[in-house]
Design a binder for this molecule. Structure first.
Ligand SMILES: [Zn+2]
Ligand SMILES: [Zn+2]
Length: 426
């Protein structure tokens, strides 16, 4: 038997409703904040990610699903959302529209990573990006949108960690200071970091290996190396977050795994999830659009990991207020008798065309078994038809939660259901 690939997951009914709900809330918050949805392809030319993510990153070096298509072009399943949105922004000249342009996207991403709790090879993110503004209020907006989403789901124990990773003016001075600090300690670093030191020394601060973390704690802080513009921008972002009463901690070790960030970088963690505690993160990328071949347009974005969000909700035992569909079950007192079957089918169709979720039995069950089935399906009402009802142009309407039933003229059923749906009748 063939099973689903390692690191992927089928979302079955019962679980998928949670996904629909958290995605619905995500869209709702994004629209409230003025972001418009964009849908980009799930695969792109590999070159986009080499340019857009940076070839010294772990994602590009170890984690991408890259293959040649039948035409011999190198294709990669998107490992993150920003690069493709930036590509679309450039390709469709969205810089010609009034700025800022605010976009969000929601969907699967792919990374060849070691699967573990909360980490999959096909995982899902909500990304939102703002292009065309240097205003630190936009940084605060991205962070508050992330915060509002997570808190509106009822999550607690959330922490925002905030840092500035500088700009091309001030970062070289900082990376020199980092190299000078780590070089005499090279032998104590993990193998990865020994390679990173010359290639991408910022990443040393991000390493999860204990000995590197220990050394990193004593490393120079980027906030001591920021240029005047970066410093002023960072101050403003903090000032706005305080004004909006969004709590944050400064973490000078926060550099995020991607090369493209400038100025603001942030991450949101949730207590109690151990190694999977990071649920969201993002930052400013003022040079990314230009690096990808576009005009010099600043940008900032964030991504929320939806598997992590669900893991956190589960850990905190939060029941999502998933609305029930108000199913109507059509039952017959006798199974498989022709006129009854026909009446049930036409009623079923009428209900569905009037917008009700409606279902019936297809297995010739007894009335008692049909009632059980209706209960299993979570039906709110049951409409029962027997020979007597058929003759009298009536139906029995049973309220499944109350256990009460009334005889209703067939003609008035839909109107009555409508009134009951709106809570106007008993
Ligand atoms: Zn700077
Ligand atoms: Zn390391």
């Amino acid at each position: 038997m063939v099973i689903a690939p390692r690191g992927t997951k089928d979302l079955l009914p019962g679980e998928v409703e949670k996904w629909q709900f958290i995605e619905w809330v995500a869209r709702d918050i994004c629209e409230t904040y003025g972001f418009k949805e964009i849908r980009t392809p799930i695969f792109e030319y590999t070159e986009l990610f080499l340019r857009g993510i940076g070839d010294a990153t772990d994602i590009v070096q170890k984690e991408m699903y890259t293959f040649d298509d039948r035409g011999g072009r190198s294709i990669t399943l998107r490992p993150e959302g920003t690069a493709a949105v930036v590509r679309a922004y450039i390709e469709h000249h969205l810089d010609a529209q009034p700025q800022p342009v605010k976009l969000y996207c929601l969907g699967p991403m792919f990374r060849y990573d070691r699967p573990q709790a909360g980490r999959f090879r096909q995982f899902h993110q909500m990304d939102f990006e703002t292009f065309g503004s240097h205003d630190p209020a936009v940084d605060a907006e991205i962070i508050s949108c992330t915060w509002d989403y997570l808190t509106s789901l009822g999550l607690t124990g959330l922490h925002i960690e905030l840092n500035s990773v500088g700009c091309p003016d001030c970062r070289p001075g900082f990376t020199t200071a980092l190299k000078e600090y780590f070089r005499p300690r090279l032998d104590s670093l993990c193998g990865n970091c020994q390679v990173r030191l010359e290639q991408n020394p910022l990443r040393l601060l991000d390493c999860k290996v204990p000995q590197c973390r220990e050394l990193g704690a004593g490393a120079p802080a980027i906030t001591d190396h920021l240029c005047e513009a970066c410093s002023a921008h960072f101050e403003k972002v903090q000032q706005y977050l305080r004004l909006l009463e969004i709590p944050f901690h400064l973490n000078p070790g926060l550099v995020r795994g991607l090369d493209y960030y400038t100025h603001t970088a942030f991450e949101v963690t949730v207590e109690g999830l151990g190694a999977q505690s990071s649920v969201a993160g993002g930052g400013r990328y003022n040079n990314l659009v230009e690096d990808c071949g576009g005009p010099p347009v600043p940008g900032i974005g964030a991504a929320i990991g939806l598997e992590r969000v669900l893991l956190a909700l589960e850990h905190q035992q939060i029941e999502l207020p998933i609305p029930s569909a108000g199913l109507v079950f059509v039952a017959t007192t006798e199974a498989l008798s022709d006129p009854l079957e026909g009446a049930a089918l036409t009623l079923l169709m009428e209900l569905r065309r009037s917008g009700y979720a409606a279902e019936k039995d297809y297995a010739g069950r007894s009335l008692k078994a049909q009632m059980k089935q209706a209960g299993r399906l979570g039906a709110r009402w049951c409409v029962i038809i027997g020979p007597e009802e058929l003759d009298g142009h009536k139906v029995l309407l049973r309220d499944m939660s109350q256990g009460t039933q009334v005889s209703v003229p067939r003609q008035e059923l839909l109107e009555l259901l409508g009134r009951m749906q709106n809570g106007e009748a008993e």
